[in-house]
Design a protein. Structure first.
Ligand code: PEP
Ligand code: MG
Length: 636
């Protein structure tokens, strides 16, 4: 609410009347006064993601902002906008390194700032930059055109350019009804894919539709707004998000009878498009498409993300390509060959066959144990983060769960004991060998409802096991739920971010006290630690006396060995550095309890032979890498 003489007069006039009514109304009046005369609270936030403050995080930020009754504005340079409206906030074009001010005024202003700051920090830290993928070597003889890889694969087929045909059918729907229907559709798409990266694309489109649609009275007003707003993105970091503006327009128009049809050939084809909309990827998935060339987009555009999720071989390349021409699209080597020679076509087909055969072999053998060439069995477990990924892991051939990241349960709000217990029970039912990691928040993993004290270096602050000092009640409830769900299963409980023996001993004592308090037998459970902090390397002899097992978290271990934040937008560490392998060697020499490895390094093809040589016999990796890693073990 703005501050003006009219507001004051209005308030004073009502003060007189309301004062004599009742207490409830006086309270209401006080809050009105507070709203009118309170100073705005502000804080400054800095964009750290290399992608800038783009559509998806902005939409998540606005969704939270809208839950607070106070007014919220964001200011950058000379511009101040409503921080609850996606489009307004996007118009600030905030890039990495920019700082903006967030002002909150009125009821719950302090709470809003607190929650939005935590949300913004998490959004920035979790916003992964999409790096271009490594291109494999090739031996084509003809002239090649370079392309950036969206999703790997090889295709040889005729080009087909994207064209749309619009038909108008008679439709009784009003503009307002069409908006509501589109919002409902996007909401459903978001809910169904909430846990995946794709989910937030629909949330972003829904927020965008709300912000541009609800302020338009007619379709033509809406259309004009879309054109005007998306024009502003040309040449900015958000350029590739223009397709989302067109997508929400197309979705709304469909409900008004303007059906848009894309014609696809009935034979395998390579699709070339300048403006493929995110929603059109779904239609494309059900055609005979062999590959896709996007001419104007970025690796992190929503169309590219959805192509990747659909597993369609795709690249970005802006070269002019002629319709109906046969081409080679090699999205492993990141090249396109126009009018290829017969020899090159044969090479491409050979590469395609080898890749297909490899995939089929991997898939076929995925449930078989993996033995090295010397006959040593290697246990391949999965890193999972919820029931769906645990089920996917089983289907991919996982022999158990080496790392259940329990944070998924805590993402949006604090889960009840019952919710936790039921979630653990359904995951525990899938495998015999399961390692659960207790809540690992702090650093790159913020939770909106856990307020940790301000820390200049959160990666060196209250993280993982250290939560026992600040939020023991959360850990108590989690351990209680885990113990109750485990029943007679020998579940392994693993603590993250352990840096001293005392920390582990205190935590285990805490766990035993909880078991006693709730009269639960935990004698069959095993307790271990993640090796993520370098100090553990020098304390292994003492740890050997108290832990039941170790799991090496190379993601964090590498970050702490090099003192480079794993999410840092500019600085990079080499996960295959000899320093990391020396640390692993030291662990393998000194540890007398079982050791597994659950960091990303475990699925790295180049690292695998070294890990096996060091004696590591248990790997825990993402479900999608299981079949291939098992095959690599067989040849290592
Ligand atoms: C690690 O640090 O290597 C690890 C597996 O844990 P996370 O990536 O969840 O921090
Ligand atoms: Mg870690």
């Amino acid at each position: 609410m703005g501050f003006s003489i009219t507001n004051i007069c209005y308030t004073l006039r009502h003060t007189y009347t309301l004062c004599i009514v009742n207490t409830q109304k006086r309270i209401l009046l006080m809050s009105l006064f507070k709203t009118l005369f309170s100073k705005p609270l502000s804080l400054t936030m800095s964009v750290t993601s290399a992608n800038g403050f783009h559509l998806r995080p902005v939409a998540q930020f606005c969704t939270l902002a809208k839950t607070f009754p106070c007014s919220l504005t964001a200011s950058f340079k000379d511009k101040t906008v409503d921080a609850k409206a996606v489009n307004a906030l996007l118009s600030l074009s905030l890039e990495q390194g920019d700082s903006f001010r967030l002002d909150a005024k009125g009821n719950k202003a302090d709470k809003a700032l607190e929650a939005l700051e935590a949300c913004f920090t998490a959004l920035m830290q979790n916003d992964k930059e999409q790096h271009s993928q490594k291109k494999s070597a090739h031996h084509y003889l003809g002239k090649t055109i370079e392309a950036a890889i969206i999703f790997r694969g090889v295709a040889v087929a005729c080009l087909h350019h994207h064209t749309r045909q619009e038909h108008h059918n008679k439709n009784e729907c009003t503009f307002k009804e069409a908006l509501d229907k589109s919002m409902d559709e996007l909401e459903r798409l978001y809910i169904n894919q909430k846990e995946e990266e794709n989910g937030t694309i629909y949330l972003a489109q829904k927020e965008l539709l709300f912000s541009l649609g609800s302020t338009s009275a007619t379709l033509s007003e809406f259309e004009q707004k879309i054109q005007k707003e998306s024009q502003k993105l040309i040449g900015t970091m958000l350029d590739s998000k223009r397709s989302d503006y067109q997508d929400i327009l197309q979705r709304t128009k469909t409900h008004l009878g303007f059906n848009t049809e894309v014609i696809f050939p009935d034979v395998p084809f390579i699709f070339v498009s300048k403006h493929l909309l995110p929603s059109e990827v779904d239609t494309l998935k059900h055609t005979k498409v062999a590959g896709v060339i996007l001419q104007e987009t970025a690796l992190n555009s929503h169309t590219a993300i959805l192509l990747r999720a659909a597993g369609i071989c795709a690249v970005i390349c802006d070269a002019a390509l002629t319709q109906n021409e046969t081409i080679i699209l090699d999205a492993n080597a990141g090249v396109i060959l126009q009018n290829p020679s017969q020899e090159d076509v044969e090479k491409a087909l050979q590469r395609q066959t080898t890749e297909q055969a490899q995939k089929t072999r991997n898939a076929h053998n995925r449930f078989q144990r993996a033995y090295t060439a010397e006959g040593k069995p290697i246990q391949v477990l999965a890193n999972v983060s919820d029931l769906a990924s645990a089920e996917a892991a089983k289907e991919q051939g996982a022999e158990g769960i080496g790392l259940l990241r329990s944070e998924f349960l805590f993402k949006n709000e604090k889960p009840s004991f019952l919710i936790q217990k039921e979630a653990y029970e359904s995951i525990f039912a899938l495998f015999d060998d399961i390692t659960v990691r207790t809540l690992d928040v702090g650093g790159d993993k913020a939770l909106p409802y856990i307020t940790l004290p301000y820390e200049a270096n959160p990666f060196l602050g209250v993280r993982g096991i250290r939560l026992l000092q600040t939020h023991p009640e959360i850990l108590e409830e989690q351990l209680h739920a885990l113990f109750a769900a485990a029943q007679n299963k020998p579940i392994k409980i693993m603590f993250p971010m352990v840096s001293s023996v005392e920390e582990f001993v205190n935590m285990k004592r805490f766990a035993q006290e909880i078991a006693k308090k709730y009269a639960l037998d935990i004698s069959h459970l095993r307790f271990g630690i993640m090796i993520e902090v370098p100090s553990v390397l020098f304390l292994l002899e003492a740890f050997n006396e108290v832990v039941d097992f170790y799991s090496i978290g190379t993601n964090d271990l590498t970050q702490y060995l090099f003192a480079i934040e794993r999410t840092h937008p500019l600085l990079r560490t080499d996960e295959c550095s000899p320093v990391v392998f020396s640390a692993l060697e030291m662990i393998m020499q000194k540890a007398t309890k079982p050791v597994s490895i659950c960091g990303e390094l475990a699925a790295n093809k180049d690292a695998l032979p070294i890990l096996l040589k060091l004696g590591i016999a248990t790997l825990s990796i993402s479900p999608s890498s299981i079949a291939q890693t098992k095959e690599e073990i067989r040849h290592a």
